[in-house]
Design a protein around this ligand. Sequence first.
Ligand SMILES: [Zn+2]
Length: 327
Amino acid sequence: MIKGYHGIIMKRYEELREEERSSLLKRKMEVEAKAPELMDIEKKIAKLSMDLAVLNFKKNVNHPEEFSKLKSEIVDLRGKRLEILTSLGYPLNYLDHQYACSRCQDTGYIRQEKCTCYKKHLIEAYHRTSDFNALIKEFTFDKFRLDLYDDEEGPYPLSPKENMANILEASMDYIRNFKDSSVNLLFYGSPGTGKTFLSSCIAKELLTAGYLVVYRTADGLIQNLKDVKFNENEELLELLLGCDLLIIDDLGTELTTEFSKVELFNFLNSKLLRKKKMLISTNLTIENLKDKYDERIYSRLVGDFNLFKFLGDDLRIKKNHERNKKA
Ligand SMILES: [Zn+2]
């Protein structure tokens, strides 16, 4: 379920502020136990700050002397407070409220605009509730086994291993240039040739770099588009359209209906117009894609994506063989 992300994120901000309030209280008690006079100073500062605010509020009355007197008293007291803190070996900001994000003070907003930290929380919230989590833990670059690919040349100019080495290099380039590029990727080839594995590796790297990567099977995406259409789930649409990279896994396994074709086309088109990147993987050949989807979808897939053909035998079968041999 992807409904209600915004609510989850706002609750997280509330938690952050609450955690810090209680942590600040603890720090205060800790320092005051060592220097009881600090409590007195804190109270005086609070009282004088209040007086200053009241004075400020009554702007029509002019009290320049009183104003500057109050100010300098506060400055003195703050100085004393800092002296005590340093003498006890505490950092100077030990008794200040520590925001995880000082820009928005952990509210998520700067006036009407979402703060940059909002996205970080969106990524966290999204991934806490996503089955993609398991995938990116298991499939990472350090576990990628190039040695499982065949070195023998087949019907293609490159051996599966050479071909995969090229794709790996292109993937690394893709990650490196991700920010400034609007390139989409299409991985195609027989089942078990590493398409989902490599998609997951790329996702993991980009997530770590702070990008919002959303993963959907083609079927899941169509279900989501239904939800958007019939339940007006705008938040979901925004997530799918606005994320930095949308991975659509297993294109071609979804049930294709008139609805799915129209919605898929409109969706792909909106993504391309917004220059929001996609990584699609499919077990279909290019010819199969042409047969399964209409001309409009086909021409987007072939024209607006960089195509990578995955070669080789089913690696899952190979790995099982290996495991059985060891056992
Ligand atoms: Zn912020």
